[in-house]
Design a protein around this ligand. Structure first.
Ligand code: FE2
Length: 198
């Protein structure tokens, strides 16, 4: 939405969007590497065909990311009389990418997750999730969480903070609360605080 509504001539605003795209690229590539390391081997043992076809998806996504970034760089560097057209191309490239990416994640949820859930207990799956999250350094985790929190509903936010309250060191909980108060509307954050008792 931000890419669609930005003034294509507004250089600082376009540069800020390109910065966000680059940060997102880093996270997407890291996320795919985490899946390949922690999830793919489990799935490959249970359903090699699904694992293989998701791997093909990952390769396709990986190869689409550089041209997406190129479309944005061209827009950023375009002369005045080409900025509208370049902005439209960048928007189109992003829309196609997001469409393919959402489709990929739906396949992971609909095809891969039921296989894992049928073969493993919730505790085993939580352990995999904890190992994966443990491999992410705290400043990086803060970047993920600042994107994830606004996209969650109140139940999911409550679960996350209840878990932190029960298990995380005090300074981690405090840091996450500060982060949440920065990225959520104050009424949304106070709803979580009330439910969790923070
Ligand atoms: Fe994936």
């Amino acid at each position: 939405m931000d890419v669609g509504r930005v003034d294509p001539h507004d250089e600082p605003a376009v540069a800020a969007l390109v910065g966000r795209l680059r940060a997102l690229r880093g996270m997407l590539e890291e996320h795919a590497a985490h899946e390949d390391r922690w999830v793919e081997p489990l799935l490959a043992e249970l359903r090699a065909d699904i694992a293989e076809s998701l791997k093909v998806d990952h390769a396709r996504i990986d190869s689409a990311i550089p041209s997406l970034e190129t479309a944005f760089t061209r827009w950023e560097e375009a002369p005045e009389d080409e900025r509208v057209a370049m902005g439209r191309m960048a928007y189109g490239a992003l829309s196609s990418f997001v469409g393919a990416y959402l489709n990929h994640m739906a396949r992971e949820e609909d095809e891969a997750m039921p296989v894992l859930q049928a073969a493993m207990t919730d505790e085993q799956l939580l352990q995999v999730s904890a190992q994966l999250r443990g491999a992410i350094p705290p400043p990086r985790m803060a970047q993920y969480v600042s994107i994830m929190l606004p996209a969650m509903n109140v139940e999911e936010r409550t679960q996350m903070f209840a878990g932190l309250k029960a298990n995380a060191p005090r300074e981690v909980l405090d840091g996450m609360c500060e982060l949440a108060s920065g990225v959520l509307a104050s009424s949304d954050w106070s709803a979580v605080r009330t439910r969790v008792g923070l």
